[in-house]
Design a protein around this ligand. Structure first.
Ligand code: FAD
Length: 390
C-alpha cells in the first residue's frame, strides 16, 4: 500500500489519523451504516420551503418549482441584506427542476412520534409541527451530485465563510473562531466528497459513479480540507460519546418493536465499543474552549454566527442540497449544544435534552462524515497516481 499522507495528531484534537481511520473502518462506519437504515434514523422532519431571509431582490425563491420568499426584515446582520454583485441572470435559474436535485417525498406509513420540543440556541430552526413540515425518507434521498453549482451555490459558501467564519490568519484568531471555521470547512469537504463519490458521469445514459478527479480537485489537493474533515468528524464523535448516557436511554420508538430494539442495541454498541473507548476515549477536548477572559461574550458571538449559518440553509437553491445542508447544520448545532450549552456550563446549567430530530441529524451527520473519512482514506494515498494516469 502507498505511504500514508496524514500522520500524527489531528490538529486541535486528541487522536491521531491512524487511530481515526482504524476506529472508523472497524467500528463506526459499519455500525452507522446499519443504524441509519433503521426507521428511527431514516425519517427526518424538515421545512423544505425556500424561505430565504437574505438577498430579497434576486428573485431566487420566486422561480418555478421554488417557493415564495417572504424576506422579513428582521435581526439579520447588514451584510446579508446587501444585494450580491456579479450575479448574472442566468445563474439565478433555480435548480429545483432537475430530477437529481429533487427530493423524493414518498413515505411509508411509519409514524414519526415526537420527543420533547426543546430549544437549540445554536440553530435557527423552528421545529414546531405545522403543515410546512415535510417528513423525508433519507434513504430515498442520498446526498450526491445534484448539478447545483454556479453563482448561487458559490454565494452561499462565500457568505458562510466571509460573514460568519472568516478564514483565520492563524495566529490572530482565537481557538473558538478557528474551531467554527474548521467545522464548516470540514462539512464542506464532506459534501464535496459525497458529490465525487456519487456523480452523474453520463447524463444521456444516466450513469452514476465515482469522479476521482473531482475528489482530488476539490478536497485531496488541499491538505487543510482533509484535516478539517477529520477535525469535524472527531468533534461530532466527541459530542456523541459525551451524550452517551442520554442517547443510551432515549426511546427509539417507531411502533415496530423489532426494529426499535435493534436501534437501541446498535446505538449502545456504538457508544460503548471497547475499541472506541480505549483507542480514542476523548476525540476532542471541549474544556479548552471559552476559557479566556471574554469567554461568555465570545460564545454568544459565535452562537449568533452559527445561527446565521443555519438560517442561510434556507437560501440553498436546490431542494436536495437544502435537505442535507439543513440536516448536517442541525447535526453540528446539536453537537455544539451537547458540548457547550448544557451540563456543567456556567451560564446554562441545565440537563441535556434533545429533540428527536436533533438525534437523527447528529447520527446521520456522523455517518456522512464517517463515509467521507473512509473514502478519503481509501483514495488519498493513491490518487495522485490515478490522476496522472488520466
Ligand atoms: P465550492 O464547493 O462551491 O466551493 C466554493 C469555494 O469555497 C472554493 O472555490 C474554495 O475557495 C472554497 N472551499 C471549497 N471547499 C472548501 C473547504 N472544504 N474548506 C474551505 N474552503 C473551501 N452540490 C451537489 O451536487 N450535491 C449536494 O448535495 C450539494 N449540497 C450542497 C449543500 C450546501 C449547503 C451548499 C451551499 C452547496 C451544495 N452543493 C451541492 C453545491 C456544491 O457544494 C458546490 O458549491 C458546487 O458543486 C460548485 O463547486 P465549486 O467547485 O464551485 O466549489
Amino acid at each position: 500500500p502507498a505511504a500514508r499522507k496524514y500522520t500524527g495528531m489531528v490538529e486541535d484534537c486528541c487522536c491521531d489519523y491512524e487511530t481515526v481511520d482504524s476506529i472508523n473502518e472497524e467500528v463506526l462506519h459499519p455500525t452507522l451504516q446499519e443504524l441509519v437504515k433503521l426507521p428511527f434514523f431514516r425519517y427526518f422532519k424538515v421545512k423544505l420551503w425556500c424561505d430565504c431571509p437574505f438577498w430579497p431582490d434576486d428573485g431566487m425563491c420566486r422561480l418555478r418549482d421554488c417557493s415564495v420568499c417572504e424576506c422579513p426584515d428582521n435581526e439579520f446582520p447588514e451584510p446579508f441584506k446587501k444585494p450580491y454583485n456579479g450575479l448574472s441572470p442566468d445563474s439565478m435559474i433555480c435548480q429545483e427542476g432537475k430530477p437529481q436535485a429533487a427530493v423524493d417525498k414518498t413515505l411509508d406509513t411509519k409514524v414519526f412520534k415526537g420527543w420533547v420540543e426543546t430549544d437549540n440556541p445554536w440553530t435557527s430552526d423552528d421545529e414546531t409541527d405545522n403543515n410546512e413540515m415535510t417528513y423525508v425518507n433519507l434513504q430515498l434521498n442520498p446526498e450526491r451530485y445534484t448539478g447545483y453549482t454556479g453563482d448561487s451555490a458559490r454565494r452561499i459558501w462565500d457568505s458562510i465563510y466571509k460573514e460568519n467564519c472568516p478564514k483565520y490568519p492563524s495566529e490572530e484568531l482565537c481557538h473558538e473562531k478557528k474551531a467554527l471555521y474548521k467545522l464548516i470547512s470540514g462539512l464542506h469537504s464532506s459534501i464535496s466528497v459525497h458529490i465525487a463519490y456519487d456523480y452523474l458521469l453520463d447524463e444521456s445514459t444516466n450513469l452514476w459513479g465515482q469522479n476521482l478527479p473531482l475528489l482530488y480537485d476539490r478536497v485531496l489537493k488541499y491538505p487543510e480540507r482533509v484535516q478539517n474533515l477529520y477535525f469535524t468528524y472527531l468533534f461530532v464523535l466527541r459530542a456523541v460519546t459525551k451524550a452517551a448516557d442520554y442517547l443510551e436511554q432515549a426511546e427509539y420508538n417507531t411502533g415496530n418493536p423489532e426494529d426499535d430494539l435493534k436501534t437501541q442495541s446498535l446505538v449502545k454498541q456504538l457508544l460503548y465499543h471497547p475499541k472506541l473507548r480505549s483507542a480514542c476515549p476523548k476525540p476532542f477536548d471541549e474544556a479548552k474552549l471559552w476559557q479566556g477572559e471574554n469567554g461568555p461574550e465570545l460564545k454568544q458571538e459565535i452562537q449568533k454566527q452559527f445561527r446565521n449559518i443555519s438560517a442561510i440553509m434556507d437560501c440553498v437553491g436546490c431542494e436536495k442540497c437544502r435537505l442535507w445542508g439543513k440536516l448536517q447544520v442541525l447535526g453540528l448545532g446539536t453537537a455544539l449544544k451537547i458540548l457547550f450549552s448544557v451540563d456543567g456550563d456556567n451560564n446554562l446549567n441545565q440537563p441535556l435534552q434533545l429533540q428527536r430530530n436533533e438525534v437523527i441529524a447528529l447520527f446521520n451527520l456522523l455517518n456522512r462524515l464517517s463515509e467521507s473519512v473512509k473514502f478519503v482514506h481509501e483514495k488519498g494515498s493513491s490518487i495522485e497516481e490515478v490522476i496522472k494516469e488520466q
